[in-house]
Every structure is written in C-alpha cells, then in structure tokens.
Design a protein around this ligand. Structure first.
Ligand code: UDX
Length: 458
C-alpha cells in the first residue's frame, strides 16, 4: 500500500519507518527542510534505538522516501497519516495550528480519482477530528472522496519501534458516515491485520478521549506512588517495597509504580494540561487530574529541599555532579525533563554543576546554556571534586556507579538518588550520606520518629 506520513517527529518518523518495514511504500513529509535533508542523508533528528538503521535500510530498498512537498508525498497514497505536533499553548490548550494547516494542504492535494483515508495520529482534543474532516472538505476538489479516522498512538520514547510492532491494542475512531465504507475497512485491515493484539473500533470522540484518559491515568498512577513516597519518608516505610506489595494486586498491577522526581517528557505534562483545559471549557473540571498536575509540579522542589537540608540554602561553592538530563532513560529528549528543572533550581541556589548524560547533552545545552554548568563526557568525570552526586535520570549505567571510585574522586560523600537506582545498604556501608525517594535513610538518623503513638485500648 502507498502511505504518506505528514510530520517526521517521534510518532511520524517511527511510524514511517515501521510501515515501510511492514512492506508498504512510504513517503514522509515535513516542512522543516533541514530535518528532511538530514534524514535523507541518514542523520536522525532524534535518538531512538534502532531508528537510524531502520530508516536507512528502507531508504536503500526504495520503500521509504522523504520530501518537503506534500503533493509529492501524497501522490498515489491511499492513506495519509497526520503526525504533526500539538504543543502546549500559553493557555495550556493544545496548539492545533499545524494540524489545521496540514488538513487544508491534504484537502488541496487529494486526487479526485482516488479514495483517500486520512488517519490522525497527532494527539488532539475531543472534536478535532471532525474539524479536520471539515477543513479537508473545504479545500478539497468537489469530487474528492475521503474519510477521516482517529488512530491515537501510544508508543513510548526509548522503545518506540518495539511499541509500534507490539501494541497492547490498536484504537480506531471512525465517524458514523465512514463506518460502513469498504475503503476504510480495507485500508485499516491491510495496515493492522498482522498484529496479534486487539483492534478496537469506536466513534471519533471516544477514540480521542481514550488517548487523553490513558495518559492522564498513567500520570495519576506515577503521581500516586510519588505522593505515597513522600509519606514513606516521614514514617520510615520503603516505597519500592510498597510498590511491589501493592503491584501484586492485579487490579493495581506492577507497572508505572517507580517513584522518582516526577513525570516529564513530550506527552504527559502537555496532555494533562490540554485535558484540564478541555475539561474546564466543557464545564466538567477534572479535580483528580488537576491535583496530579499540581503534585507533579512540586516534586523537583521537594527533591532540591533535600540538598538544601544537607548544605544550606546558599549552595555557592558547592560542586554537584548531576547524572542525567533526559526526561527518562534511553532518549535524548529533555522536553519537560524534571532533571532540567532540578538543575535550574540548584543553579539558582548558587551551586556549580558538573552534568553528564549519555545522550541528551546537545538538547540540554539548548535549555540550560553554560552558565554555572560544565558538561562532561563520562560519569566518572562528573564525580571529580564533587561535594555531592545527584541522580536525576534512571540510565542503567548510573545503577552501576562504582562507589569506591566515587569515594576516591569526590570531595564530599553525599548522594541524592532521585530515581532510587542505587542499593541503599551498599551506599550507606561505603560511608556515604544517602538521600533517595520514599525511604528513611541514614541521612535522617538523628531525626525523631514521626509515627504517631499507637495506644492500645484500656
Ligand atoms: C508516554 C506514554 O507512556 C505513551 O503511551 C504515550 O504515547 C506518550 O507518553 P513517554 O512520554 O515516552 O510515553 O514516557 P513514559 O515511559 O510513559 O514515561 C513518562 C514519564 O513518567 C517519564 O518522565 C518517566 O520517567 C515517568 N515515570 C514512568 C516514572 O516516574 N515512574 C514510572 O513508574 C513510570
């Protein structure tokens, strides 16, 4: 099948490469000329394991091409995917200008002699797909035949190719007038029939809601354990074991219960905001989602308070090794990264930072600049002469931190582990003062027990 994918960001580029890998002929379109020139040379705009090889492989086989010209990209395409970004606007609502512009372009380029299925993968608020259909209709030639389908994407950065090949489910939203269309059924069937997971069909608005509700629920799950972690610190319980214990209940499940310094990235923060915005507009405020947003926002500050507790509010003269800049491991993405937030605060208190991340250095420099920060090439370099280590991203190599070597390289002996990647006992046995998330460590040794007295009756 001939496929056109408009937008070569995370979803679009991964989608284009995977569709080509499934045997389709794919053209990726983007208005960013620099990006397309680089992709054509085999240089990827993002770091995603395996993506560069897959793109280069299918470009070599002529199954995958790229262009900045949408009419060229849509030539002969039976299906067109809209995968452009929907960033957060100043009001918190999703900025849909790119989606609207692409819808108009698609309309103009529709071939009146073909039936075209337009599939929206961009994350868009409820009602947007109907508007996409309307806009395409306005600019399309009178005799053009097309349908609009919602197909929200659930892939995670860092495992995006695996996720596209192994989705938990494929959600499709189809308007009532398109539901019986043979063309729509044929196109969607030939795209997804080989997947072993369920394909579920809904109306357009329900499919749009599923994407937001899904991200809001996951954000809520992470935030719930993060808030429980705060209480664990006070009462002397261990949040990792609490997560293990509650995760054994299948109604809760073990995933997404890793406590840390909060969720970030290109999806959760903006989607939660956009959902709250739609909720407000529709007069049905989502109180829980708003609380999730507020708690998550506060977590970096609470983490920095641990550093202040140890060194005082004025951190000038304190050198801190910051391990991790990406919003999570296996990506170079720093959008809404909690690590960046923590580093900004530490720098605001006067600390000098030695930062290391295996992948995200380039993107982090754009966010943070160089003032008060030196970026180094290895974890060991970051440790040299540091008063403390702060772990901000759960990259596997940080869990392998050589404590003996750290002790010898560093000036001080304090570790702040924002992702609970280290083993508490080993760190404390090595003589470090250890702060982490959701556990009462040796850093609190001299504090009184906060658990209220339990009095037996009588
Ligand atoms: C998310 C959704 O998982 C995906 O389905 C959607 O399409 C896009 O948004 P992604 O942003 O790539 O994917 O990251 P994800 O792995 O879901 O993590 C989101 C954030 O939550 C990260 O900051 C991560 O560090 C944090 N997180 C996740 C935790 O702090 N603890 C956890 O247990 C899980």
């Amino acid at each position: 099948m001939n496929i056109c994918v408009v937008g070569t960001g995370y979803v679009g580029l991964v989608g284009a490469a995977v569709f080509a890998d499934w045997g389709h002929t794919v053209c990726g379109v983007d208005i960013d000329e620099g990006k397309i020139t680089n992709i054509k040379k085999g240089v990827m705009p993002i770091y995603e394991d395996g993506l560069g090889d897959l793109v280069r492989q299918h470009m070599d086989l002529d199954g995958l091409s790229f262009t900045t010209d949408i009419s060229e990209g849509m030539f002969g395409a039976e299906v067109v995917f809209i995968c452009v970004g929907t960033p957060q606007s100043k009001t918190g609502a999703a900025d849909l200008s790119a989606v609207w512009a692409v819808a108009e372009d698609i309309g103009r380029c529709l071939d009146p002699d073909m039936y075209t299925v337009v599939v929206v993968k961009s994350t868009v608020p409820v009602g947007s797909n109907e508007k996409v259909k309307e806009l395409i209709g306005v600019s399309a030639p009178k005799s053009a035949k097309f349908s609009v389908v919602s197909n929200p994407e659930f892939l995670r950065e860092g495992s995006a190719i695996w996720d596209m090949n192994n989705p938990d489910r494929t959600v499709l939203g189809i308007g009532s007038s398109d539901r019986l269309s043979e063309e729509v059924c044929r196109v969607l069937f030939s795209l997804y029939e080989h997947l072993s997971s369920p394909i579920v069909w809904y109306d357009l608005r329900t499919a749009e809601m599923i994407k937001y509700a899904s991200n809001a629920f996951l954000a809520m799950k992470v935030t719930s354990i993060n808030e429980i972690a705060l209480m664990c610190e006070r009462v002397g319980a261990d949040v990792d074991r609490v997560a293990e214990g509650i995760g054994l209940d299948p109604r809760i499940g073990p995933d997404f219960l890793k406590a840390g310094i909060g969720y970030g990235g290109s999806c959760f923060p903006k989607d939660v905001q956009a959902l709250m915005n739609t909720a407000k507009q529709t007069g049905s405020p989502l109180t829980i989602v708003s609380a999730v947003d507020a708690v998550n926002d506060h977590l970096p500050e609470l983490f920095v308070e641990k550093v202040i507790r140890e060194f005082g509010v004025n951190l000038s003269g304190i050198k801190i090794a910051c391990l991790g800049l990406a919003f999570k491991a296996n990506t170079d993405d720093v959008r809404d990264s909690r690590s960046i937030e923590v580093i900004r605060m530490l720098r605001g208190h006067g600390a000098s930072i030695q930062a290391y991340d295996p992948r995200a250095y380039g993107n982090a420099v754009e966010e943070l600049g160089y003032f008060g920060i030196s970026y180094v090439d290895t974890m060991n370099e970051a440790l040299i002469g540091a008063d403390a280590v702060v772990i901000l991203t759960e990259w596997p190599e940080f869990a392998e931190l050589d404590l003996l070597h750290a002790k010898e390289s560093m000036k001080g002996k304090v570790i702040f582990d924002g992702r609970n990647v280290l083993d508490q006992e080993s760190v404390e046995d090595m003589g470090f003062t250890y702060y982490c998330v959701g556990k009462r460590t040796n850093a609190y040794e001299k504090e009184p027990d906060l658990v209220p007295g339990i009095f037996l009756p009588g």
